[in-house]
Design a protein around this ligand. Structure first.
Ligand code: PSU
Ligand code: MN
Length: 303
């Protein structure tokens, strides 16, 4: 069976030229931000990568094909669609087989990026171990994907809607390098610090690129999580965001939200309760991650 990969003209050209490429996920577009800010942000992130010397490849499933890079029209279609499946490792193949439209999470984007020969991927936050996981067993497949698929993921850490100590423990158990960029602390998405020390720290894109290559050379499967703190001016202090997180979690529980619906529900409640401020911060940190990912991708190409 030939792989159902469709490259956008821009990405096809980048591959032919051996240019630096940065993968981008699509669940952040369909389930992470409201329209039209989702499409505007997706475009701004792509432009940020272009202006930092790399080519963006937004990944999504459309018409039974894995699209590596979306045209303007495809991005619009995805951003406005309301019936898009949220795809992880478990449902990627089924969506392709049945021809539906699907947005890729961190896990599914890593799989598709690897198939396309892309080694770096920028996003906002990764999934993790949910609070109460000791009873719900709700642990994002993103964590196991980082252990299995050789793609370096640049995120702003993980949201404090998750259980961050447990998230770091699971990553360690599965042998995933967690690298804080430019500081010792593991960042918590809207806040630069979670109060937890990250297992590793690096201060240059070059070291991060080299570490991924070294990992693969050693025969170790899997990628790396680069935790890049939100820019200072965009940060929401932890004493401001914590009560909002608590309220959102309580509402999710009261409404019996479970499984795949949990993360999108919490993001939506946070947006409402902060009157959009959580979204402004989210956009700033994704742009910041795009810049770092572009620098890492350039280092990987430079070899
Ligand atoms: N965290 C965010 N924003 C997001 C997501 C997570 O701050 O948009 C999305 C990503 O696509 C991530 C997915 O891979 O949610 C994780 O979902 P789950 O917890 O159901 O595995
Ligand atoms: Mn989950």
């Amino acid at each position: 069976m030939t792989l159902p990969l469709t490259f956008s003209p821009e990405v096809a050209q980048a591959r032919a030229n051996g240019a630096a490429i940065v993968a981008l996920e699509s669940t952040i577009i369909t389930h992470g931000m409201p329209f039209p800010q989702n499409v505007e942000t997706a475009r701004a992130v792509e432009d940020e990568i272009r202006s930092h010397g790399a080519v963006p490849a937004t990944i999504a499933i459309m018409d039974g094909r894995i699209h590596i890079g979306l045209t303007e029209a495809e991005l619009d279609r995805l951003g406005q669609a309301t019936d898009v499946a949220k795809l992880s490792r478990a449902d990627l193949a089924a969506c392709l087989a049945t021809g539906g439209m699907g947005a890729t999470t961190v896990a599914a984007t890593m799989i598709c990026a690897h198939l396309a020969g892309i080694h770096v991927f920028a996003t906002g936050g990764i999934g993790g171990v949910h609070r109460g996981a000791e009873t719900t067993f709700d642990i994002s497949a993103d964590l196991l994907e980082l252990a299995a698929t050789p793609v370096t993921v640049v995120a702003a850490g993980a949201k404090a809607i998750l259980d961050l100590p447990k998230t770091l423990e699971v990553l360690e158990t599965h042998g995933v390098p967690v690298i804080a960029y430019g500081q010792d602390n593991f960042p918590a998405f809207w806040s630069r610090s979670s109060g937890l020390t990250a297992p590793l720290r690096m201060d240059s894109a070059r070291d991060i690129a080299l570490a991924q290559r070294m990992r693969t050379a050693l025969g170790l499967p899997g990628g790396q999580l680069v935790a890049n703190p939100i820019p200072v001016e965009a940060e929401i202090a932890s004493h401001e965001i914590t009560p909002v997180i608590e309220a959102a979690l309580q509402q999710a529980q009261a409404e019996g939200i479970s499984a795949k619906a949990v993360t999108p529900y919490l993001l939506d409640r946070m947006y409402e309760m902060t009157e959009g401020r959580s979204l402004t911060a989210n956009i700033a940190l994704v742009l910041n991650n795009a810049r770092l990912a572009a620098a890492i991708a350039r280092e990987m190409v430079a070899g």
